[in-house]
Design a protein around this ligand. Structure first.
Ligand code: ADP
Ligand code: MG
Length: 587
């Protein structure tokens, strides 16, 4: 039995070892498996993580898929819409194409029509162009002939004027110009309210052309007046002082050629006589150069022209002396003999007849002048002394006739006609002291370059030789005719008006007698006509400038002035300066 027990023990021992080995192997295996298990766990964790990520991605993917699906749905619906639109566009295109084709066909038809119309129009235009060319050449010919006719007309007009002027000269006629002044603010003020509101034109006198005045005057209850008057020159309201002087200017050349010249402004008060002769009343600078004062009148411009002509020909340079006279209340006053300190205001003079039959004012004061400035200073200073009075028609109405005489004297020439007349002896003694004021000795003062001789009486020159009168320029600014009722004057002014009207009536009577060539001419009816006798009935070149207002209110006076001018034109005074014809005619 022990042997059998030992065998069993070995067996069990072996068996235990075997089992131990198995256990060990199992344990090793367990370790291995545990390791593997851990690795697997790690992997599992990894896979779990990956799975988490994947599921997140899958979720996102699902979301994206959903979005995609939504988009696809939207796209599909848009696509369907697009398809519908495309279908519509296709339809439209088709319709458009067919309408375009229709249009094209229409256009082609119209184009063809237009084409044929254009061809017709071009042909017509060509025909017209040819006609226009033909008309143009005809118009050119007509224009040319019109130009030639106009030139011929101007030439003929000029010739007619020259011939007329020559005729005027040969017949000894008086030249008459008419100036229509513009309507001025004071015309409106003095217009009666009835005619202010009236529909009829406020102007009745019109310059139709440069030789014709038309008066259209419609008065309720009176015959309608529609009358034209012709004069050598008519100035419309817009014509300037320069234009008026241009027409007058040639008379100054005649003056230097030895002709006596008289320029006289006639018209109702306020019609522009003083404006035409001197310029506007309120001239501040009397001695400014004439060309710098656009509205200066005939007198300053004539002085300027006279001295210009004298300076052009120094060889014949005559001496110039000036006298200024006013005829006031039918008395003649020597304004140069006035005392400017106002103590004296006039020296009365008389008109006398020389043996030679000439009218002279003895002891009349003459002052020598050597330039325009001297002349203007002298005349301006003396004009301030002229009698003036405000009337309803004119605030600055001159109450006297003004006569400025410019005498040109040359060195002696003993066989000259003027010297043959120099045995002048006066039929009456001069110098009657004025009832207005006594004479002063001032006019004899050499310091004032004053002398008191009658130019026709051949005064002594600086050389002691007798000088001869070469020619005389008389510039006359008449007082205005006026109706006392209209001008509203009373008292002394009414007396002045009566003298003015009487002297102007006497002037008209003289012209009437001269125009009818009556044996007796009533020069002596007024001092004015007596003083102007040589000018009116003699050989002077006399220009009367009729000044008229265009207004209805003054129509009666305007007609009277135009009638006066017409009568003056009819005067024939015998040949101008017998035996001598002017080398240059004034117009
Ligand atoms: P008259 O001497 O005839 O009484 P004026 O010469 O004194 O009249 O003129 C009267 C007014 O009319 C003045 O104020 C003058 O300046 C103005 N006048 C006259 N003629 C013209 C004219 N052609 N253009 C502008 N004003 C004028
Ligand atoms: Mg006047």
């Amino acid at each position: 039995m022990p042997a059998r027990g030992g065998r069993w023990a070995g067996f069990w021992e072996q068996r235990a070892r075997q089992l131990q080995r198995q256990v060990q192997a199992k344990e090793e295996r367990i370790v291995e498996l545990e390791t593997e298990n851990a690795i697997l766990h790690l992997k599992l964790a990894e896979y779990q993580e990956m799975t988490g990520k994947s599921s997140h991605a899958a979720t996102r993917f699902c979301l994206l898929c959903d979005e995609q699906e939504g988009l696809q749905r939207g796209t599909r619906s848009s696509l369907a819409q697009l398809c519908r639109v495309i279908q519509k566009v296709k339809q439209d295109r088709k319709e458009l194409r067919s309408s375009s084709l229709d249009l094209l066909r229409d256009c082609q038809g119209q184009q063809q029509d237009c084409g044929s119309e254009i061809v017709t129009a071009v042909q017509g235009a060509q025909r017209h162009h040819e006609a226009v060319l033909a008309w143009q050449s005809k118009a050119g010919c007509l224009e040319q002939s019109l130009r030639e006719t106009t030139e011929r007309y101007q030439l003929e007009k000029q010739k007619r004027k020259q011939l007329h002027n020559r005729l005027v000269e040969l017949k000894g006629n008086i030249r008459v110009h008419c100036r229509i002044r513009p309507a001025l603010p004071f015309d409106k003020e003095s217009e009666d309210p009835l005619s202010q509101n009236s529909s009829v034109s406020a102007e009745v006198a019109h310059a139709v052309d440069d030789e014709t005045v038309l008066v259209r005057w419609d008065r309720p209850g009176h015959p309608w007046i529609n009358k034209t008057y012709n004069f050598e020159r008519v100035y419309g309201p817009a014509e300037s002082q320069r234009v008026v002087f241009e027409e007058v200017c040639p008379l100054l050349t005649s003056l230097l050629d030895g002709y006596n010249v008289c320029i006289m402004a006639y018209g109702q008060t306020g019609s522009g006589k003083s404006y035409t002769m001197m310029g506007p009343h309120s001239r501040k600078e009397p001695v400014l150069p004439v060309e710098s004062q656009g509205d200066l009148g005939i007198i300053p411009r004539a002085a300027e022209e006279l001295f210009r002509l004298i300076s052009e020909n120094p060889s014949r340079s005559p001496k110039v002396a000036v006298s200024v006279v006013e005829v006031y209340n039918n008395d003649i006053f020597d304004l140069l003999a006035k005392d400017s300190c106002a103590v004296t205001s006039g020296v009365k003079r008389e008109v006398l007849t020389t043996k030679a039959g000439k009218k002279e004012i003895p002891s009349l004061t003459y002052e020598s002048v050597h330039s325009t400035e001297e002349f203007l200073t002298l005349v301006d200073g003396r004009l301030r002394l002229r009698a003036k009075h405000a009337t309803l028609v004119h605030a600055d109405s001159s109450r006297s006739h003004l006569i400025i005489t410019v005498t040109l004297t040359t060195a002696p020439s003993w066989d000259s006609p003027a010297n043959r007349q120099s045995d002048v002896s006066l039929l009456k003694e001069p110098d009657c002291p004025s009832p207005r004021q006594p004479a002063t000795g001032r006019r004899h003062s050499a310091a004032h370059r004053t002398s008191s001789w009658s130019p026709g009486a051949a005064p002594e020159g600086p050389t002691g030789h007798m000088e001869q009168v070469h020619a005389k320029l008389q510039l006359v600014d008449l007082a205005g005719s006026e109706c006392a009722g209209v001008s509203g004057v009373t008292g002394a002014a009414l007396r002045e008006t009566s003298f003015i009207n009487r002297s102007l009536a006497a002037l008209a009577d003289v012209l009437g007698a001269l125009s009818e060539r009556r044996g007796h001419v009533p020069y002596r009816n007024s001092k004015l006509t007596h003083l102007l006798q040589d000018v009116l009935g003699g050989d002077a070149k006399l220009l009367v400038i009729l000044c008229v207002s265009p207004c209805r209110k003054h129509a009666a006076e305007t007609l009277q002035s135009l009638g006066f001018g017409t009568r003056a034109r009819q005067v024939q005074r015998g040949p101008a300066r017998a035996g001598r014809v002017a080398p240059r005619t004034p117009r």
